[in-house]
Write a protein that binds this ligand. Structure first.
Ligand code: CMP
Length: 142
């Protein structure tokens, strides 16, 4: 079944610092997903902890939050048919060592933590993550 969905994508601080944000955005545009909102954000520790609260009991939580605050990231709202799965397919596996050839993480990520990009994993997650970064008036429908 296909349905129009929105998902939250983040180009993480490692990819912004490396200067590959533009190449990642090109991948998104070439895929046919529409970018409805985008902005550079330098997260505070509290903001990173809130965003990744679902992982608060995981051993990597503190390190992940420190990584996400080390420089600006670039959150975006993407829209399209089955946008959540399509963006996850473009990203590739969480660990770049396991990511398929030609995926964003295979090409641009350097570790499971510095893995270049984030994407919502389900509609309920997107419903939390999109308004975490964007007010309704900042999202431009197509
Ligand atoms: P992301 O898609 O942003 O969702 C949660 C993040 O936690 C994930 O990408 C990784 O960056 C990070 N992560 C997941 N598993 C590990 C791990 N074992 N060690 C360090 N970071 C991890």
């Amino acid at each position: 079944m296909t349905r129009t969905e929105r998902t939250l994508a983040i180009i993480k601080p490692d990819a912004v610092a490396k200067g590959v944000a533009g190449r990642i955005i090109s991948r998104i545009e070439e895929s046919g997903l529409a970018i409805l909102a985008a902005r550079l954000v330098h997260l505070t520790d509290a903001q990173a902890r809130g965003f990744y609260a679902v992982h608060r009991d995981r051993p990597f939580y503190a390190s992940l939050c420190a990584f996400m605050t080390q420089g600006p990231c670039l959150p975006m709202v993407l829209e399209g048919e089955n946008a959540i799965q399509r963006w996850r397919d473009l990203m590739g596996a969480t660990d770049p060592a396991s990511a398929a050839p030609s995926t964003i993480r295979k090409e641009f990520a350097s570790s499971i933590e510095a893995n270049a990009v984030h994407g919502s994993d389900a509609p309920e997650t997107a419903a939390f993550e999109i308004p975490y970064f964007f007010a309704a008036v900042e999202i431009c429908p197509r």
